[in-house]
Design a binder for this molecule. Structure first.
Ligand code: SF4
Length: 324
């Protein structure tokens, strides 16, 4: 009988919560429901959520992804706005072209848009803490006329920011930032400008906070950490940074099992796994299966919070459900 090589043991700690948040579920369900109700094609402005797997599966069902409305022909087909939100100019352009819009902007992003508008109505100059070029930041800055919002990306930006009038100042934040970095930036703004007005906590959403907390618990206990998510997913990038800061020697952001670098993960005893808010659970399962081919895996869940947040579909889709 040939000798069967023993697989080495691997303890896998699964972070919980991980993966899809309520805003992502709502956005994906909006496209799927629109495809069911109205039939293909359904146009989607920008990747509905930052995940290639999700985008490709919706594309196969008849979704057409565009970056700008100008790419959409005159049509009765629905146009879905992504979870990241859009600048005011986008719905205005859609209305002018009579496009049928289904807005899948996450309600927690919309909340930040409304905060910014209220600050401006009260005569405050607004600082947005966030990352330049991210679609959510483009959308939030685009709620107000050019120049009304100043973007602060780093602590250094906060240290040199010079307001027009320090007594009339407010801040809002992107929803998917590092909790710790943002706390430092906000602290700096508050100490330089004591009259600055802001949200009760920052605007970082519950899902971002919870996923970072779970990584903080797991990362110090493992030899390596995998974050399942896309490179353009802000909250996934932050999870990898959190793992590194918590002292995990090997942390990687991977889109799928095919990207596992076995030079990095081939000789470990423990592994932490999490997934960004836009990464489906099936990708986590595939990564565990890939490790199970090389290791004798023992999977345990490490939970730091329970999540029960749910956002209803956009109204037109809710009404179509009620009519059935
Ligand atoms: S990460 Fe947060 S803000 Fe973004 S879609 Fe999810 S719940 Fe909404």
């Amino acid at each position: 009988m040939p000798e069967i090589a023993q697989k080495p043991p691997l303890k896998v700690l699964l972070c919980s919560p991980r993966g899809f948040c309520a805003g992502v579920v709502r956005a994906i369900d909006s496209v799927e429901r629109a495809l069911e109700v109205y039939g293909p094609p359904v146009y989607v402005r920008h990747e509905i959520v930052h995940n290639r797997f999700v985008v490709e599966s919706l594309r196969r069902k008849g979704a057409i992804f565009v970056e700008e409305l100008a790419e959409i022909p005159d049509t009765d087909a629905p146009v879905v706005f992504s979870a990241h939100g859009v600048a005011k100019s986008v719905p205005a352009e859609a209305a002018q072209r009579n496009l049928f819009v289904l807005d899948a902007t996450c309600p927690l992003v919309t909340k930040v848009h409304r905060e910014a508008e209220i600050h401006q109505r009260r005569g405050r100059e607004i600082v947005l803490v966030g990352h330049a070029g991210h679609p959510e930041v483009v959308g939030t800055m685009g709620q107000l006329p050019g120049g009304a919002v100043t973007l602060v990306e780093t602590l250094a930006d906060a240290q040199r920011f010079a307001p027009r009038d320090a007594s009339k100042l407010a801040y809002v934040t992107q929803t998917t930032l590092s909790v710790d970095d943002t706390a430092q930036i906000v602290e700096c703004l508050k100490s330089r400008f004591p009259a600055i007005v802001g949200p009760h906590k920052e605007d970082i959403c519950y899902a971002t906070t919870n996923r970072q907390d779970a990584v903080k618990r797991v990362a110090p206990q493992v030899d390596a950490m995998i974050v399942v998510g896309a490179p353009n997913s802000s909250n996934s990038q932050r999870l990898k940074e959190v793992a590194e800061r918590e002292g995990c020697p090997r942390a990687a952001l991977l889109q799928n099992a095919g990207e596992i670098d076995w030079g990095l993960f081939g000789n470990i005893k423990s592994l932490g796994i999490t997934a960004g808010a836009s990464a489906p659970e099936v990708l986590v399962e595939q990564i565990i299966a890939a490790f199970a081919e090389r290791y004798n895996v023992d999977v345990a869940s490490v939970s730091t919070a329970d999540e029960s947040v749910f956002f209803p579909l956009p109204r037109a889709l809710r009404e179509s459900e009620a009519a059935e």
